[in-house]
Design a protein around this ligand. Structure first.
Ligand code: HEM
Length: 419
């Protein structure tokens, strides 16, 4: 990788979201990202991560929409941390045929097989059922509030809703959801510069366990197909084997199960947190629920549930005044791009009535999040029902804890009580 042609901030002042997962950065990454943009511009080189960090909205948007930036970065990126290198090798070996890390034409073929399960029409048809699940979870929370002063919103609600929805959609038994949570946490935690041998081993075992579990579910669908996404994919395989190999079926099922809940847990909990921190704005949505879709959009911009997106430069190009060489790695920091003062006024202000909200939280271009409509729907329903049924909810005084990796930054626990 080449040294940049323009000046960059002091290497020690650069927060590299892949390499640094300190509690301090996880708790509030936004001020340091803004300082980096002010001192280094929209595109800066991180020697520690051996990669470019993209902090400007327009630059990020153009990368995500361009054919000159691809996905096969796992083969080319050489992270300085040897364990992180091991984690990348494991990801490539086990999840190499997931659509998330493919370029066309394979990406196009794989995505087209699952697209129809996530269209706005299909998701609209699920709304009533998502509401039922949310109401059921709130019934349980209300029951618990009779004897408990504080409840962890993540384990009681924010995790449960999306994991039940995505497991049902795939056709995976929901009673095993605590196991997915552990496996998924272990797997994702290996993809950070702070990974150590123990964490790496845990991640590997969890990856094997999750894949074995899903292999058994897939085998059951072959014998006994139902009306669910895995059965539909198995049927697509039997029509024409070239459309979807066994390995692709498994890797994409793993992807949808993990992507379908980890992210939305953060959307729901970040929404609850930011609204409880701004009671005057919460009061507005409680009296006018029509404001909820815009409020969810503002959370997606202001406190994104997914904070980075990565690409590989397929050819030499110039970006934000920097010369990017072929095979350089770029990390788009959506958490910074969404607050780029060139595209938004008062970027650090949380305002649910903001007009024309722009953000890159679901990405852009051919990899634009497959589950965006589902995530938005779950977020809106969760907020509406939670704050409608528990109108006096408040944040508990307990210290709040965050979980990494930075890419999926969110609360580990978020205790709430009633006023
Ligand atoms: C708030 C919640 C979510 C956020 C912020 C989010 C974010 C993202 C982002 C940024 C990408 C693009 C990655 C890239 O360009 O490299 C993506 C892709 C993807 N997301 Fe989501 N996601 C969310 C929820 C979901 C849900 C509920 C599903 C369930 C199906 C899902 C499934 C996927 C899949 C399968 C891809 C890969 C698409 C492709 O490569 O073509 N996501 N997501």
């Amino acid at each position: 990788m080449n040294i940049p042609t323009a000046s960059t901030p002091d290497a020690n002042a650069i927060f590299d979201p892949i390499m640094d997962h300190s509690e301090e950065r996880l708790a509030n990454p936004y001020p340091v990202l803004e300082q980096m943009r002010q001192s280094g511009g929209s595109v800066i080189f991180s020697p520690r991560g051996n990669q470019w960090l993209v902090l400007g909205y327009e630059e990020a948007n153009s990368i995500l929409r361009s054919k000159d930036f691809g996905k096969r970065l796992l083969e080319n990126w050489k992270p300085p941390n040897v364990f992180l290198r091991g984690a990348m090798r494991m990801l490539r070996r086990k999840q190499g045929s997931s659509m998330l890390i493919q370029d066309p034409p394979d990406h196009t073929r794989l995505r087209s097989l699952v697209n129809s399960a996530f269209t706005p029409g299909v998701i609209h048809g699920l709304e009533g059922h998502i509401e039922e699940i949310a109401n059921d979870l709130i019934d349980k929370m209300q029951e618990r509030f009779k004897s408990e002063k504080e409840i962890d919103l993540i384990s009681a609600f924010a995790f449960q809703l999306p994991v039940i929805v995505i497991a049902e959609l795939l056709g995976v038994p929901t009673e095993h959801r605590e196991k997915f949570k552990k496996w998924s946490n272990d797997i994702t935690l290996a993809f950070s510069g702070s990974v150590n041998p123990i964490r790496m081993a845990k991640s590997y075992v969890s990856m094997l366990n999750l894949r074995l579990f899903l292999r058994l579910v897939i085998a059951e669908k072959r014998r006994n197909p139902k009306k669910d996404l895995i059965s539909a994919l198995v049927a697509a395989q039997s029509e024409d084997n070239d459309r979807l190999s066994n390995d692709e079926l498994l890797a994409n099922t793993v992807l949808i199960l993990i992507a379908g809940h980890e992210t939305t847990v953060n959307l729901i909990s970040n929404s609850v947190f930011n609204l409880l921190q701004h009671p005057e704005q919460l009061a507005k949505i409680q009296s006018d629920p029509e404001l909820i879709p815009n409020a969810v959009e503002e959370v997606l911009r202001f406190d994104p549930p997914v904070q980075i997106i990565r690409r590989l430069a397929k050819k030499e190009t110039e970006l934000g005044g920097m010369r990017i060489k072929e095979n350089d790695i770029l990390t788009v920091v959506t958490a910074a791009c969404n607050r780029d003062p060139k595209i938004v006024n008062e970027p650090d202000v949380f305002n649910i009535e903001r007009e024309h909200i722009k953000h890159l939280t679901f990405g852009a271009g051919i990899h634009y999040c497959l589950g965006a409509e589902l995530a938005r729907t779950e977020g809106r329903i969760a907020i509406k029902i939670l704050f409608d049924r528990i109108r006096d909810l408040s944040l508990s005084d307990r210290q709040r804890t965050y979980k990494g990796p930075f890419s999926l930054r969110g609360f580990k626990e978020l205790y709430v009580s009633r006023k």
